[in-house]
Design a protein around this ligand. Structure first.
Ligand code: FAD
Length: 469
């Protein structure tokens, strides 16, 4: 009987335990991707980027004598129908750790078992299963540094090689056409502009990792904080769809450390921030929906997402160059440098005293590397409401941060056209990427600041002090 391989956020062939086990069984393997609510509910950019990933995997599978069967509907109903149609005796998948996926997958597992079909879930999306990492006292870590010390010496094992040709079933079940899913339809901006910055698929991800190790790992620690310098791996975009596994990155980082590449360990430390985000989400799933620290529930956040200063933030027109460059980078590329994410998020939650959920939702709609765990942790870390967060009184000043991390003005010039006689293509691309309804053009004057930095800071601290009493 064939094995159904239910693919979700593991759109690769190498280092894929669920696929590896299916291939080794010698039975026919039927790879399936299901467009269920977890796909339909994605933000616009993430959904669009997912489509590129599904397309790339479809080609890759075809090269392996296989196919990717596409179906829509609730996962349990789709799998049930596929078992009927194919006579499959087992379903394999890689585990996910967000609460919605856990509820869905548990129900699917129970339903399959009830009808005598083996349902097997496998690791692969994180380095270590969240329930296997505990503090010395027992229980999960709530602070990053001890978490890092707790996992740095652990071995996630060697990555698995990609299987050869996959045994095909005698007859393939019918499927839908990816183009008919119109996964890019919700983009409020030029999808082609964003697509030009994406590197979808397993082969592209592997190239990216190799390039990083070869060209950037040495100087990573020294340069990773400068948003105008291309010094980081950009692998988040591939990791989020599972086009590469964290274990493959871990193994490459370890080898680079052994070869004496100075920044390699720091790179693994950042990878472990992702791991930490997943473990936190698994143990405290409420991090996705509300303040991780409940005392923040009483904070007088602005919750009006259409307030003029919030609209200015979304449009990259706050008059604060670091914030605006960051937001424009995201519009054009679907990505944002980590330092810029911190500055843009801090400005929204502190200087504009606006709820982090508004920022999170905007990022979810605009990031091609949107990741359920890393995004929620990032926002709550910056806002001060999360675990191991920056203390509230430490408010990033976007002006001094720009002087420090963009001393030669490279980032600013790359993204802000106004005031430049010959703005670079990146800065001009922003005006092609934003919705027409915003009515923006590069000939407009650069806006005056929507809030005075000193006043904004003082207002946020006063509100925080009042809340603390
Ligand atoms: P590199 O510097 O090359 O790091 C390698 C990998 O480590 C990354 O690909 C990523 O998987 C992981 N990593 C690095 N930094 C972090 C971090 N601070 N937290 C968690 N994982 C990290 N990351 C996402 O992948 N998706 C998101 O939706 C996301 N939203 C964020 C929102 C805010 C407000 C903040 C402050 C951070 C967010 N991050 C998010 C984390 C971080 O900004 C990105 O992972 C990083 O910029 C990706 O670039 P890179 O792949 O070049 O990273």
């Amino acid at each position: 009987a064939p094995i159904l391989l239910w693919l979700r956020r593991d759109l690769r062939l190498a280092d894929h335990p669920a696929l590896d086990a299916a291939a080794r069984s010698g039975r026919p393997v039927i790879p399936v991707f299901i467009r269920d609510d977890s796909v339909d509910n994605l933000g616009a950019a993430a959904k669009f980027r997912l489509g590129l990933s599904v397309a790339a995997l479809g080609k890759e599978l075809a090269d392996h004598g296989s196919r990717l069967v596409l179906r829509s509907g609730p996962a349990s109903a789709v799998l049930d129908a596929l078992v009927d149609e194919t006579g499959a005796g087992a379903v394999h998948w890689s585990r996910l750790y967000d609460p919605e996926a856990i509820v869905r997958d548990s129900a699917v597992k129970a339903a399959l078992k009830a009808r005598g079909v083996a349902a097997e879930s496998f690791p692969g999306h994180v380095l270590f299963e969240p329930w296997t990492v505990e503090t010395g006292q027992g229980g999960p870590y709530r602070v990053y540094s001890p978490f890092w010390r707790g996992v740095r010496g652990r071995e996630p094992g060697e990555p698995l090689a990609r299987p050869g040709r996959l045994p095909a079933p005698e007859a393939w079940p019918g499927g839908e056409r990816l183009a008919d899913w119109r996964l890019g339809a919700a983009m409020n901006r030029g999808a082609e502009v964003v697509a030009a910055h994406a590197r979808p698929g397993e082969a592209a991800a592997a190239d990216r990792l190799a390039e990083f190790i070869e060209e950037k790992a040495q100087d990573y620690k020294a340069k990773r904080d400068f948003p105008g310098v291309d010094a980081t791996s950009n692998l988040s975009e591939n990791l989020t769809y599972g086009e590469i596994s964290p274990r493959q990155i871990w193994a490459a980082g370890q080898r680079a450390m052994e070869e004496g590449k100075a920044g390699a360990e720091h790179f693994l430390k950042e990878l472990v921030w992702r791991e930490f985000a997943y473990h936190l989400m698994f143990h405290t799933p409420g991090i996705l929906t509300g303040n991780w620290r409940p005392e923040w529930d009483a904070f007088p956040w602005n919750t009006d997402e259409d307030a003029p200063e919030v609209v200015a933030w979304k449009q990259g027109r706050t008059g604060e160059p670091f914030v605006d460059a960051a937001m424009r980078e995201m519009h054009v590329t679907g990505r944002m440098h980590n330092r810029a994410r911190m500055i843009a998020a801090s400005y929204l939650t502190k200087h504009l005293m606006t709820h982090w959920k508004i920022g999170r939702d905007w990022f979810a709609d605009h990031l091609t590397d949107w990741d359920v765990a890393a995004n929620a942790m990032g926002w709550q870390w910056v806002a001060g409401s999360g675990p191991d967060a920056a203390p509230y009184f430490r408010v990033f000043n976007p002006a001094t941060q720009l002087e420090k991390f963009d001393p030669a003005g490279a980032y600013r010039r790359a993204w802000i056209a106004e005031g430049q006689a010959r703005p670079p293509a990146t800065a001009r691309a922003y005006f092609d990427a934003v919705p027409r309804a915003w009515g923006l053009s590069p000939e407009m004057a650069y806006p005056a600041p929507v809030v005075d930095l000193a006043q904004g800071r003082a207002r946020a601290l006063a509100a925080f002090d009042a809340r603390a009493k």
